[in-house]
Design a protein. Structure first.
Length: 226
């Protein structure tokens, strides 16, 4: 078996050696760091594991996700702490045309100066600054589409010199435009059926079925829907 290769990195200010190919999170665990808060899915989806790092010879600090960033020789890495973001209180279900209240709820949107610091920090390569410009211009659909991959890691907010939390503002906009979007008729009917517990008896019967009955039932439903 070939010898395991190692890289030397600077993790949280300490010089350590870890196996080549490890992610930052694996390197932290390998060296006995008790890291719980900054770890969730380990798949680049939950946004819990933001890190900042400087590559050897690099001219500026980069940002990424600890579970997706592979350590490299002489990399200088730190785990980002939780960063507070203002989340306004609102009850969207009782709001008439909630999108019209955007600037009332998040007036700081108007303080955005399109500096782009938020975009540089985003590990999902979202042009957050452009999203903010779109929101200011009322181009809500385009803005929310651009934020589709946002994992709410909060790195953009941690970089903003104006104290704006783009991910939180965008969340409100997504909720607001969804609320105003008409619900398709088939979905509305289905929701009503669920509300009325229309399928309760069918589900009760399904739960009692043995494997063969379940297969026959599925086959029958499949044929009916063909
Ligand atoms: S960092 Fe702040 S001020 Fe700069 S573009 Fe992003 S949201 Fe606007
Ligand atoms: S937009 Fe902000 S919160 Fe969303 S992934 Fe990018 S940096 Fe993280
Ligand atoms: S642990 Fe969820 S994104 Fe890294």
């Amino acid at each position: 078996m070939p010898d395991k290769k190692y890289v030397t990195i600077f993790l949280e200010g300490r010089r350590i050696r870890v196996p080549e190919g490890y992610t930052v999170i694996e390197a932290l665990w390998d060296t006995g760091h008790d890291i719980k808060r900054g770890v969730g899915c380990l798949s680049g989806l939950c946004g819990a594991c933001a890190v900042a790092y400087l590559e050897p010879g690099g001219k500026r600090v980069k940002f990424g996700l600890g579970c997706q960033t592979i350590v490299k020789e002489k990399m200088d890495i730190t785990v980002m702490p939780f960063f507070p973001s203002r989340m306004a209180k609102y009850d969207i279900s009782n709001m008439e045309k909630p999108i019209d209240k955007l600037l009332e709820i998040y007036p700081e949107l108007n303080m955005c100066k399109s500096c782009g610091f938020c975009s540089v920090a985003c590990p999902e390569w979202i042009n957050v600054s452009k999203v903010m410009s779109y929101l200011k211009d009322g181009r809500y659909e385009e803005a929310t589409e651009m934020m589709f991959d946002c994992i709410l890691c909060g790195l953009c907010a941690s970089r903003c010199p104006r104290g704006i939390a783009p991910q939180i503002i965008s969340l409100f906009v997504q909720r607001a435009i969804e609320k105003d979007r008409p619900v398709p008729e088939n979905l509305r009917n289905r929701l009503k059926e669920i509300e009325d517990l229309k399928d309760e008896e069918i589900w009760g019967n399904i739960l009692k079925m043995d494997e063969k009955s379940l297969k026959d039932f599925c086959e029958k439903v499949r044929k009916e829907s063909d």
